[in-house]
Design a protein around this ligand. Structure first.
Ligand SMILES: *[C@@H]1O[C@H](CO)[C@@H](O)[C@H](O)[C@H]1NC(C)=O
Ligand SMILES: *[C@@H]1O[C@H](CO)[C@@H](O)[C@H](O)[C@H]1NC(C)=O
Ligand SMILES: *[C@@H]1O[C@H](CO)[C@@H](O)[C@H](O)[C@H]1NC(C)=O
Length: 936
């Protein structure tokens, strides 16, 4: 029997401590079982002793007395011993019970640890898979880099000449008449990478007019000023590709315009000797561009200034051209500069709706015969022409008495009292009415009749161009009678047929029928196109000069200068560095959603020399901006699906290497029609530091994430003790110049990808949602692709305006940029193209920047946004309320929609009932097959 106390007992317990509980339980059992046995054994031993003592006393008389007393002592000792043992056993039992409890709780904690380890294992497994995918992708990328046999081409940054034009012999007037780009232009001054430097002769320093004449002072000043904003302007004549000379509009050295008009019927003479004295004329004036900008739509001041002048090899730019003297694809027909120097011009325009205005067709004017010797009757094929004109007038007069519901307004005789514009050097239509009365009539005209010049050898006059300018400004569609005779401004790049109707004179009888046959959709399309042309190319002095430079540059296929980006200034500096901490993600991603790759920037500026060739028409007439070169465009072309397997596979990541697939294969590759790419998360934040940090931390481990750009709108720098989560990609925190919601769309130079995920600092998106959104955006690169849907609802109470609506609805027209993918290009457009009034309104209300972006994108694309996944709200639960919750916020948003509509002239937003979910979402598939995403 083992002794339970003393040294040995303690050893036993110290041993016990180390054994597992099951054994302890067993031991406890054993102890419990044996304690009574031991007790019984002792007790029976005591009984035997006393029996022996009794009997001994009777049979063995010689046994001493103290034998009995010894036995009694023994017994007492035995009992004491027993009691001691019992006490000791009890205390041991209590100890054991305590230990048992302790072990039980230890076991529970071991079980917990086991579970955690299991989870960790699964998580590590996912991570491992992800890393494997990442490694595979990296290997693919490396293979590509090795196999790539066409290195990225980059020409020298800029290649310009560095010498003045040498002096060549003058050319004869008849050779000058035959000038084209190939025989009169010196291409050697304009290499493809030269950047098209333009030199302007200061009109004050180098006057080129005859004595007594001078160029209009307003023009001189504005020209110098506005060209100053043109990125092509250079001060170095040695580098220049072209040299601009301002020659008109010229005035007699008196400021009185009326006197000018009335007293000088002959064209002001340009001094050809002065031209030849220009320091870089080079004998023959090659690469010189003579600008005759008309400011008043009076032929007498700005006719063909060059008809009797020897202009050598220079390019002539003006609004009036005679058929014989105009050298196609060499000279340039422009619109007169009737507008302001620059700035917002939308206030000048009338609303585009209704499509059909009060009058179907109007005309105000009077045919003038020339009053000067320069009128050459030979050019007027008189009898026929007069006969035809008479017929036309007669027909139009008949038309105005029509019995149809169409209304016409024709005025062929000006009211002499209001008419002081009678002088003309060529046979042409003169104006009737004042500027404001004509505007009022145009505002009510669906179409406006414009006559080609009466003198039929003219292909353009200032008057004609001015009428077109006026019509487009008011949204009245020009119908040019004799349209086959004339050319409109910049016709080599602008598709005028989309904005005006060119009708041969002989079709006058078909005019009414033709106009009636045009449906509302096309009326509005033409009106919208006209306004686009007017705003971009004609409206102001600035747009005219930019357009002239751009057209000449476009002829040479020299790319525009790159669009400016905004330098991102970090809120951190050498002395103030963020504290970076590694954070465990709050939620572990259950799905492997894609490879984690190092940052990979979107390729940029790959189409410098092909964009204008293959998409030049769209560039000038649709979505484009011909004045600037962008790194990429939402409408860049893509390859056919077989090209990525035949010869042009670089960068493509087809799903299952082209075999397709779902689940694992799908998550491993981007697939689609575009090569691999990543996206940038763009967060605007204002004084909600913890919310922001949590949002950033949630991005850890997000595949295809290139970087995070935080725009720090608060004037106060972030607090120094903030612990910035490090998430495996760069996080740039950019200081905003001032607190403005427009900053959300700053075209920062550290945005390196085409895809931008714009999110509010409190938006709560899951990784699978983000990646699904990204994949959908890759198929709709020109649209806003995102999560929170909203719409513009017609106010059925007032019936005149829109209401902003965020209720659940089956039709939407906006996706808020609080959680949406947009193309980087739209950030440029937001700042460069959107009228300033819209950004001002955003600042005024501290609201509506997302609505403005929806207007912009829908206007440019004429497509609605794309809503992805079923989720409707995205605020993080429990986050502090943002400023978007209260009622004034909604009131402002109603007002924004209506104001933006006014600025655009119509409501560009379009409705959609479409939502994107992943292909196998809710499809019943065999249980051993996987879907695209688990939850969406
Ligand atoms: C295209 O233009 C951009 C901007 O000027 C320049 O950075 C890039 O190198 C050019 N690309 C080529 C191929 O010349
Ligand atoms: C660095 O930034 C902090 C906080 O914005 C500012 O107080 C400090 O003056 C800056 N230091 C330098 C050297 O610019
Ligand atoms: C949304 O719907 C509720 C009732 O369903 C209506 O009271 C409310 O005016 C609606 N909100 C808007 C902005 O139309």
């Amino acid at each position: 029997m083992v002794v339970l106390d003393g040294e040995n007992g303690r050893d036993f317990f110290s041993w016990l401590v180390h054994v597992k509980l099951s054994r302890i339980v067993l031991l406890v059992f054993i102890i419990l079982l044996f304690t009574p046995l031991i007790t019984h054994f002792y007790l029976s031993k005591v009984e035997k002793n006393s029996y022996f003592i009794e009997h001994g006393a009777h049979s063995h008389e010689d046994l001493p007395e103290d034998g009995y007393s010894f036995n009694k002592e023994d017994l007492r000792k035995g009992v004491e011993e027993l009691l001691r043992i019992r006490g000791s056993v009890l205390s041991e039992l209590r100890d054991i019970e305590k230990k048992r409890q302790q072990y039980k709780s230890e076991i529970q904690s071991y079980m917990r640890q086991l579970d955690e380890t299991k989870q960790e294992l699964a998580h590590q497994q996912t991570n491992l898979n992800r890393l494997k995918i990442s490694v595979e992708q990296a290997q693919v990328a490396q293979r590509e880099a090795l196999q790539q046999n066409t290195p990225d081409l980059a020409l020298p940054k800029r290649l310009t000449v560095d010498e003045l034009p040498i002096v060549l012999p003058e050319i004869s007037k008849s050779s000058s008449r035959k000038c084209r780009m190939h025989n009169c232009f010196d291409h050697s001054r304009c290499s493809l990478t030269s950047g098209f430097p333009v030199y302007l002769y200061d009109p004050d320093q180098y006057p080129v007019m005859n004595d007594g004449w001078d160029v209009d002072g307003f023009l001189k000043t504005t020209l110098k000023q506005t060209l100053g904003y043109n990125p092509h302007l250079t001060n170095d004549p040695k580098q220049a590709c072209i040299y601009l000379v301002l020659v008109g509009e010229a005035l007699k050295d008196t400021d009185d315009v009326t006197e000018n008009v009335n007293n000088h019927l002959n064209l002001p003479a340009l001094d050809s000797e002065a031209l030849k004295r220009l320091p870089y004329w080079g004998g023959d004036g090659r690469n010189h561009v003579l600008l005759n900008l008309a400011r008043r739509d009076l032929s007498s001041l700005s006719g063909d200034m060059f008809s009797n002048i020897d202009t050598g090899r220079s390019i002539l730019v003006q609004s009036t051209f005679n058929f014989d003297l105009y050298r196609q694809d060499f000279d340039l027909i422009i619109s007169p500069v009737l507008g302001p120097p620059g700035g917002d011009v939308w206030q000048e325009c009338n609303p585009m709706l209704p499509a059909r205005r009060h009058y179907l067709l109007t005309f105000q004017g009077e045919m003038k015969k020339p009053k000067t010797a320069s009128y050459n009757p030979r050019n007027d094929d008189s009898e026929d022409n007069t006969e035809l004109n008479r017929f036309i007038l007669h027909h139009l007069n008949e038309l105005s008495k029509t019995t149809t519901s169409d209304k016409f307004f024709f005025e062929f005789e000006c009211n002499p009292a209001s008419d002081n514009n009678l002088n003309t050097v060529i046979q042409d239509w003169a104006l009737c009415g004042t500027d404001s009365s004509r505007r009022a009539l145009l505002k009510d005209s669906t179409f406006v009749l414009i006559f080609a010049p009466g003198q039929q050898d003219l292909i353009s006059t200032t008057l004609l161009q001015a009428r077109v300018y006026e019509a487009l400004r008011s949204g009245s569609i020009p119908v040019i009678l004799g349209g086959d005779q004339i050319k409109l401004a910049y016709y080599e790049v602008i598709q005028w047929r989309r904005a005006a109707i060119f009708l041969p004179r002989h079709r006058i009888t078909e005019l009414h029928f033709l106009l009636r046959a045009i449906p509302d959709e096309d009326v509005l399309l033409m009106r919208r196109q006209g306004r686009l042309i007017w705003e971009k190319y004609l409206a102001s002095v600035q747009s005219t000069l930019d357009t002239i430079v751009a057209v000449l540059r476009d002829r040479l296929n020299i790319p525009a200068t790159p669009a400016e980006t905004v330098a991102a200034v970090s809120v951190f500096n050498e002395t103030f560095q963020p504290i970076q901490v590694t954070v465990a993600s709050e939620v572990e991603q259950e799905e492997s959603l894609g490879p984690l790759e190092p940052p990979f920037d979107s390729p940029a500026f790959r189409r410098n020399y092909s964009l204008a060739l293959v998409q030049g028409t769209e560039l000038w007439n649709d979505w484009g901006d011909p004045f600037r070169l962008y790194p990429t465009l939402p409408v860049d072309p893509f390859l056919s699906s077989d090209a990525k397997f035949i010869g042009s596979g670089r960068g493509f990541r087809p799903i299952g290497q082209g075999q397709g697939g779902s689940g694992k294969e799908f998550s491993e590759a981007l697939g689609g029609n575009y090569p691999r790419e990543q996206f940038t998360v763009l967060i605007l934040t204002y004084e909600r530091e913890q919310v922001l940090l949590d949002s950033i931390a949630r991005l850890r481990g997000l595949p295809y994430l290139n970087s995070v750009v935080v725009i720090w709108n608060s004037p106060r720098p972030p607090s120094a003790e903030l612990r910035w989560p490090s998430i495996g990609v760069p996080v740039h925190v950019v200081k905003a110049a001032r607190n403005s919601l427009n900053n959300r769309f700053l075209p920062l130079d550290n945005l390196k990808t085409e895809a931008i995920l714009s999110v509010d600092d409190d938006a709560h998106l899951r990784h699978d949602e983000i990646l699904f959104g990204f994949r959908v955006w890759r198929e709709h690169r020109d649209r806003i692709v995102g999560f929170p849907g909203r719409y513009h609802a017609w106010d059925i109470n007032t019936k005149t305006s829109w209401l902003y609506n965020s209720n659940y609805s089956c039709e939407l027209s906006m996706v808020l940029t609080g959680a949406a993918f947009i193309h980087r290009h739209y950030l440029h457009l937001y700042w460069k193209w959107l009228p300033q009034a819209i950004r001002d309104k955003v600042d005024e209300y501290m609201n509506c920047e997302d609505i403005a972006m929806n207007f912009l994108v829908s206007h440019v694309t004429r497509k609605p946004p794309v809503k992805v996944t079923s989720r409707w709200t995205f605020r993080c639960p429990g986050c502090p309320q943002s400023l978007s919750e209260d009622d004034t916020h909604f009131q402002e948003r109603h007002k924004c929609i209506n104001f933006f509509t006014q600025v655009f002239g119509y409501t560009p937003l379009l409705n959609t009932q479409y939502r994107a979910d992943s292909i196998l979402f809710k499809t019943r598939i065999p249980h051993d097959k996987q879907k695209c995403f688990k939850f969406i």
